[in-house]
Design a protein around this ligand. Structure first.
Ligand code: AMP
Length: 430
């Protein structure tokens, strides 16, 4: 049989095909072409794919397909698929997408994560869920409180496994595994397959099929990236200077919070710049008006939060500014992906306060590229005169979250035959 090349070649039911059509997905992405048949065939998977490659659909579609064959008719839904993710943002995003994919088949999808009241999340779980998307810490909490069970689990996805390990989630992951029913199908997605991920795969995957797709996350070459070291209090001043003296055209600016979006917008307006704010507190009508004006070129600067700017499709903006660096490195890639599209060159400018330097390091790691931190440039006749990079200063070491990991090594549950393996990363060693 020739390999699949379109969604109709993949053995997905008519409801899913319809949903994909509605979403405007005309072609499967490479990871979807590789992963979907394997998951449908019941294989465990070790997949190297980054956010932005369509990986969510690559596991969610076949899982939904398989779950839909035995849809429960009772009111309480046992959790049959669990997706573990490193962050709250990703939990929300993956759950939103999965809900969308499974809507036509009546899938109940719920996300739970830390940072919000636990009783609200327990309430959310009252009627159960077919698919649960969760961050490890909060899930473990709820399992220990017996607010939910994984004894009917059929699918387990470890999404962004490398980041979960980086964030020290190995301990909760191990404990969660004790609650998870077996046999089950386990899928591991990772941006990089380093030694610790390999070890995780070895313990929890059963003879996995290995697949890999090239990253879409490496930032477009035609985007020139700049990072300027600025004190937080000077950011609005610096941005005004850059926009005015640099004679910038249409500019999209990202700030961290709604409040910062509003304050900055007011400041720019006060400085005579035609700026508008886009964030979650604006009515739908206000947002649409703002976007229309921006797209039409009537609004010079649009200041937005990440959430408000999601799905915003503006072609080839000349300038995207990170007024605040995102603490989730993938958000940086999404943000700057809005410039330099369609073969145009664009510039991504980040204003980096001392407290944000750590975020810059994480971004560089993700994009596998150095973005040299420089002083704010002088501008002469609309031309930016760059100075030498600011020397790297040692960053305060982040507290290692996995400090407890030695307490309960995997060997308790699984007998490891070390004689067969030459590489044993430090992650699991005492
Ligand atoms: P992900 O890597 O799962 O975060 O997906 C990145 C983005 O690609 C999401 O906004 C998806 O909605 C979108 N997407 C996923 N699969 C496809 C597809 N086959 N065609 C078009 N868009 C897609």
């Amino acid at each position: 049989m020739p390999p699949a090349s379109s969604f109709s070649d993949l053995a997905l039911c008519p409801e899913l095909q319809f949903t994909l059509q509605q979403l405007g997905y005309s072609q499967p992405t490479p990871i979807q072409l590789k992963a979907i048949p394997q998951v449908l065939a019941g294989e465990d998977l070790l997949a190297e794919a980054q956010t932005g490659t369509g990986k969510t659909a690559s596991f969610a579609l076949p899982i939904i397909e398989k779950l839909s064959k035995t849809a429960p008719d009772k009111n309480y839904r046992d959790i049959r698929a669990l997706v573990l993710v490193p962050t709250r943002e990703l939990a929300i995003q993956v759950a939103d997408n999965t809900l969308e994919y499974g809507k036509a088949l009546g899938m109940r999808v719920i996300s739970i994560y830390g940072g919000v009241r636990v009783d609200n999340q327990i309430r959310k779980m009252k009627r159960g869920a077919d698919i649960l998307v969760a961050t490890p810490g909060r899930l473990l909490d709820l399992l220990q409180q017996k607010a939910l069970h994984l004894n009917k689990l059929q699918f387990l996805v470890l999404d962004e496994a490398d980041r979960m390990l980086d964030l020290g989630f190995i301990d909760p992951i191990q404990r969660i595994m004790d609650y998870a029913a077996e046999p089950r199908q386990t899928l591991l997605f990772t941006a990089t397959a380093d030694d610790s991920v390999e070890v995780l795969a070895e313990f929890y995957l059963n003879n996995p099929k290995k697949i890999k797709v090239s990253p879409r996350n490496s930032t477009a070459h035609q985007v020139r990236q700049f990072a300027y070291g600025v004190d937080n209090a000077d950011k609005s001043d610096v941005l005004t200077y850059l926009i005015k003296e640099g004679k910038w055209g249409q500019t999209l600016v990202f700030a961290r919070t709604k409040k910062r979006v509003d304050l900055l917008t007011e400041y720019l307006q006060h400085e005579g710049i035609n700026a508008g704010a886009l964030h979650g507190d604006k009515t739908q009508r206000e947002r649409i008006r703002m976007l229309d004006e921006f797209v039409a070129g009537d609004l010079h600067v649009l200041v937005a939060t990440d959430v408000a700017a999601r799905g915003l499709d503006i072609e080839a903006l000349p300038q995207v500014v990170n007024y605040d660096l995102p603490n989730v490195p993938e958000a940086y890639v999404h943000r700057i992906g809005r410039t330099g599209r369609a073969g145009e060159t664009g510039e991504a400018i980040s204003l980096v306060a001392p407290a944000e330097r750590e975020f810059l390091v994480r971004i560089e790691k993700l994009i596998k590229q150095k973005v040299k931190l420089r002083p704010v440039p002088r501008i002469e006749n609309g031309k930016m005169i760059e100075s030498d990079p600011i020397a790297d200063q040692p960053l305060k070491k982040r507290k290692k979250v996995q400090s407890k990991r030695g307490k309960r090594p995997l060997t308790e549950k699984y007998e490891r035959d070390d004689s067969k393996k030459s590489v044993r990363p430090s992650l699991f060693s005492k």
